[in-house]
Design a protein around this ligand. Structure first.
Ligand SMILES: [Zn+2]
Length: 180
């Protein structure tokens, strides 16, 4: 399963592109004094956080279960609708969160239970694709090769997701720059 960095990159790319860079910059209404790069960071940080959020379940010993499900995505959608007052932001937030589940499903899980409980509460099964697009991140720091393995895994994530994340960032700074 991907690292927090890979998840954050996917979350910000999906969230920013779903919400629309123009609408995001307009909603933030950047003052002329603010640099475009700061406006871009303000817009993409919440989506990056949402992309990494499901792994908070590691703290509670129920990894890859309830927070990695369509049920959790619907909860994020409802909460974001209430907090932001608009369906556009709510949908973008829910998609940024859902990108985490997709990435984990595409990844390679080596710790039981294998896969993610993606369709909870409808069915409690665990799912994982056969693609193994992302390498598993090791948390066994005492094992030899731990660092090299994880660096390889993160490099692959940046190669696959980085271009889309960079495109979202570039669009934000471009749009924000034109408003100055
Ligand atoms: Zn996860």
């Amino acid at each position: 399963m991907p690292s927090p960095l890979g998840h954050a990159l996917a979350g910000l790319a999906v969230g920013v592109l779903a919400a629309g860079p123009r609408a995001l910059v307009r909603a933030l209404d950047p003052p002329a004094a603010r640099r475009p790069i700061d406006t871009a960071l303000l817009a993409l940080l919440p989506f990056a956080a949402l992309g990494a959020l499901p792994d908070i379940d590691l703290l509670f010993g129920v990894h890859s279960m309830y927070t990695h499900s369509v049920g959790a995505v619907l909860i994020v959608l409802a909460v974001a609708r209430v907090v932001t007052g608009g369906w556009r932001w709510a949908l973008a937030a829910a998609l940024a969160y859902a990108s985490h589940i997709l990435l984990d499903w595409l990844g390679h899980d080596t710790t039981a239970p294998i896969g993610v409980m993606a369709l909870w509460p409808f069915t409690p099964g665990f799912y994982q694709s056969d693609l193994h697009l992302f390498l598993p991140i090791s948390r066994r720091y005492w094992v030899q090769g731990f660092l090299a393995h994880n660096l390889t895994a993160v490099a692959r994530e940046v190669l696959v997701i980085g271009p889309l994340a960079f495109f979202a960032y570039w669009r934000l700074t471009h749009v924000a720059g034109k408003r100055m």
